[in-house]
Design a protein around this ligand. Structure first.
Ligand code: IPE
Ligand code: IPE
Ligand code: MG
Length: 248
């Protein structure tokens, strides 16, 4: 319904056969959004969580198969404890209400990152929501929580070293597919499109290995202000790119 309205209003030209299979998002700018309104940073995160649900629903309706959203990096622990605590409670709340709020979207939820360092409560909720949405066949939503690209590569290297040491893997057999299959994203294709909001133009340790041939799209819009129309802009830009993957 929303889709039809939007497309009518904007005369949106999107080629449904050329949608990205996998969209990665760095939803940045929650703090600045709040600051501009004289509100605490936590209010920006709360608003950002609402945007997240709205955009996930929209992408599910569009028929996008995979999304990976960066919600907490391994470096975000450097923030004041009060902000980290606020973010963790918000994430817990998000996961608790996910099925109800994304109802009808048929979304399958997975969490990637260093889950073992999170609170028991959060770990339990992650297991619950993953199990509960496992049978869903629509959009696969990967939530990158306590995720770091370098950390992910280090843990893949450790797994490989262990397999070699135990004689289960021959070092000569190590190739790109061996590394890929030891990453958190082993069952997911690499992202086709990366969106970062708030005007920052860096990867901030997100999906370092997987972004090798991803198309980047940036906007100055702060994440809490990001709309379905902004998503369409990103998709239109993606559809006009010429991806060469090193060829001609
Ligand atoms: C992104 O918003 C959300 C997280 C990193 C959790 P920020 O909190 O980074 O917002 P800014 O960049 O300070 O505006
Ligand atoms: C990246 O944003 C992490 C998330 C959105 C979760 P940051 O706001 O933490 O990144 P930097 O510090 O500006 O690079
Ligand atoms: Mg930021």
């Amino acid at each position: 319904m929303i889709l039809r309205k939007l497309f009518k209003r904007k005369k949106v030209q999107l080629d449904k056969s050329k949608l990205p299979l996998h969209i990665a998002i760095i939803p940045d700018g929650n703090g600045r959004w709040a600051k501009r309104r004289g509100m605490p940073r936590s209010a920006g995160h709360r608003e950002g969580a609402k945007t997240l649900k709205k955009i996930v629903k929209f992408c599910a309706q569009l028929g996008i198969k995979y999304m990976t959203i960066y919600v907490f990096s391994t470096e975000n622990w450097k923030r004041p404890k009060s902000e980290v605590d606020d973010l963790m409670s918000l994430l817990l709340e998000f996961l608790r209400n996910a099925e109800a709020e994304l109802e009808g979207s048929n979304v399958r939820i997975k969490v990637i990152g260093r889950i073992e360092d999170l609170s028991d409560e959060l770990q339990k909720e992650i297991r619950r929501v993953e199990k509960h949405t496992d049978g869903n066949t629509g959009l696969c939503l990967n939530i990158a929580l306590n995720y770091g690209g370098r950390d992910e590569i280090v843990s893949a290297v450790k797994k490989i070293a262990k397999e070699v040491a135990e004689g289960r893997l021959n070092p000569d057999e190590i190739d790109e597919s061996v590394v890929s299959s030891r990453l958190y994203t082993c069952k997911i294709p690499d992202p086709d499109l990366l969106i970062r909001t708030s005007g920052e133009k860096r990867s901030s340790n997100f999906l370092l290995w997987q972004l090798a041939y991803t198309e980047f799209w940036y906007t100055n819009v702060l994440w809490p202000d990001f709309t379905e129309n902004n998503m369409i802009e990103a998709l239109q830009s993606f559809q006009n790119r010429n991806r060469r993957f090193g060829g001609i």
